[in-house]
Design a protein around this ligand. Structure first.
Ligand code: KG4
Ligand code: ZN
Length: 394
């Protein structure tokens, strides 16, 4: 079985081709275009700009991924009537139509069984580009569509086992699993009895953890997205110094539930910066101050994430913990969680995605569709039923 997967929920445009064989899932093609440089100038993602960039790029990524998978073949004679069948792109998706219609006119239908596409959560204008791409491909090629929840993609990608480069499987996975989902839009703890069956046991009450990283990075004058930049400064500080000179709060650390709050840490960081610059009598923080603050912020956030995750794993008795989403790429979070699990839950398997799969991509969307196939519950939707849902929950 082969799947063409599409991801456009935020600022990464992704197309991937995955194949399921008897004993493995193989990545046959993977094309990804980041809009980070575009959004970095503004310090965050503007939905209308994201939509346009997805629409301009996505057709060339479909070509690139199909080519890599050796599924791209030009037609001898142009396929007739493509435009007439894509009238649903006429009003709001003219950029997409102008790119995808020529592709569908001059290339053969590839040997693909399903198209998987992110339908939420995310930025709705951005999501619609992926959905309308799926509808266009599905209409012309007559291939069914599997709608995918982006967060399920993050869970599944953290849970897969790498057998060799581009070859994965789920065989050894023990359920129920506890998923800590940490991204730019989400901070959640979820218990999965199996793929497709999820119970959210806690979530942030205000900012997502990735969002907090991005906001504090901005206060420190660092580029969007701020996670990797904060993390690098914090690491440099820890390597030079034994202790931290700032102490930021740990909101809800002892709240007896699995909810989180990160806006207080962010505000405390803002006050710390204000006090420091007032004391020094100038606007700019020194490089050392920035590193120390980055470390203090990361310490506070990671301590809360680790404590709640360990408590949840103990209470729910989950043999597996997975960490998914962009912040799962954070080295300090990985180290601290590994240490604590080894100490408190030595029989628990702790899984992280490979770093290149932690941030948004289409492989994760294809993997989520493959996970549905493995549980025998592929849910397809007709082209007309598909809808972007910015707040879709698991
Ligand atoms: O999952 P993702 O790529 O997109 C969403 O679905 O939101 O996550 C992006 C978020 C951004 O907020 C980014 O700053 C954060 O993940 N991030 C990190 C790291 N890499 C990405 N945060 C902390 N440490 C990192 N190494
Ligand atoms: Zn994501």
């Amino acid at each position: 079985m082969k799947i063409l997967a599409i991801e456009t929920s935020c600022d990464e445009t992704g197309i991937a081709i995955l194949e399921q064989t008897n004993d493995a899932i193989i990545i046959r093609g993977n094309a990804l275009a980041s809009q980070i440089e575009l959004h970095a100038q503004y310090g965050g993602v503007f939905p209308a700009m994201a939509k346009r960039a997805h629409a301009e790029k996505i057709s060339s990524l479909v070509i690139q991924a199909l080519d890599e998978a050796e599924l791209l073949e030009a037609v001898e004679n142009p396929i007739e009537g493509v435009d007439a069948k894509l009238t649903f792109l006429a009003d709001k998706e003219t950029t997409l139509r102008d790119h995808i219609a020529p592709f569908l006119t001059y290339y053969e239908k590839p040997m693909i069984d399903y198209i998987a596409v992110t339908v939420g959560p995310g930025l709705e204008p951005a999501l619609w580009v992926g959905i309308n791409t799926a509808r266009a491909l599905s209409t012309i090629w007559n291939i069914p569509i599997i709608p995918v929840n982006h967060m399920e993609g993050h869970i599944v990608t953290a849970a897969i086992e790498k057998l060799e480069d581009d070859v994965y499987d789920f065989a050894a996975l023990k359920f129920p699993l506890l998923a800590l989902l940490v991204s730019g839009g989400h901070t959640e703890l979820v218990v999965a009895q199996k793929f497709g069956q999820y119970t959210k046991i806690g979530a942030t009450r205000d900012d997502a953890v990735g969002e907090a990283f991005d906001k504090v990075a901005r206060m420190l004058g660092l580029q969007y997205p701020g996670g990797p930049a904060i993390s690098a400064l914090a690491k440099a500080w820890r390597e030079k110094n034994i202790s931290n000179i700032f102490e930021l709060p740990r909101p809800m650390l002892h709240s007896q539930d699995y909810d989180f709050s990160f806006s207080g840490i962010k505000t405390a960081a803002l006050y710390a910066i204000r006090d420091l610059t007032a004391q020094a009598g100038h606007e700019q923080l020194t490089d050392d101050d920035k590193s120390a603050l980055a470390a203090a912020f990361e310490d506070a956030v990671v301590e809360v994430l680790v404590k709640k995750t360990i408590d949840a794993a103990l209470e729910h008795n989950t043999p597996t913990i997975v960490v998914g989403g962009g912040v799962a790429g954070n080295t300090y979070l990985r180290e601290q969680l590994m240490k604590k699990v080894a100490k408190v839950l030595p029989d628990t398997t702790l899984l992280f995605p490979e770093t290149w799969l932690a941030t948004d991509n289409a492989v994760m969307i294809g993997m989520a569709a493959m996970a549905q196939a493995l549980t025998g519950q592929i849910k397809t939707a007709s082209s007309d039923e598909l809808k972007a849902d910015g707040n879709l929950s698991l």
